[in-house]
Every structure is written in C-alpha cells, then in structure tokens.
Unconditional design. Sequence first.
Length: 113
Amino acid sequence: QVQLVEYGGGLVQPGGSLRLSCAASGIIFNMYAMDWFRQAPGKERELVATITAGGITNYVHSVKGRFTISRDNAKNMVYLQMNSLKPEDTAVYYCRIAASGYWGQGTQVTVSS
C-alpha cells in the first residue's frame, strides 16, 4: 500500500536550519509530483512547496529564498531544506503525493529561542 513517512523535524532557534525528509513507498515515485504542506496551531493547512515529476519547483511566497524542495527518485525520497527559520514557520509539516489523498503522519517543527 501507499505509505509516506516524514522525519527530521525538531526544535531550532530562529535563523537556524532543518532538513525534512519524506520516504515514499507503494508508488512508482518518479511519476508523481510531491508536495510539502504545513499546519500551524489554529490555522488551516497550507501548501508550502511542490516539486513536479520533472523537478520543477514552486513555493509559497513566505518561504521563497529560504526553503528548497528536492527529490531523489532513486531513493523514493523528497526533501525540504529550511534555512533562516522564523518563529512563524512553527507547524506540523506533511508530505503529500500531489493531488491525492495520500499524506504522511507529519513532523513537528518548532522555531523558538
């Protein structure tokens, strides 16, 4: 069956960096676009970044220049490199197979001093 597992979250100080990873299984990974979403307390889930099957990327305005989405099709992995983190980046981060109902369980990112 399809499975997505995220990891790499944690507590980081403002200005710091984290790299999130998402391992996919049960799909022909290189055929699908992949998304990273986030959901902060009391807020709706927000699309943060997308990478197409061909490697074209797109970002929400608030993370442009700070976050980088990438993929390794040989490993069935998608990544989110997050730099210059801000307290407002605090959220649970989820990966999703684009335009599908398949989500990971999420990983908590907390940016605080």
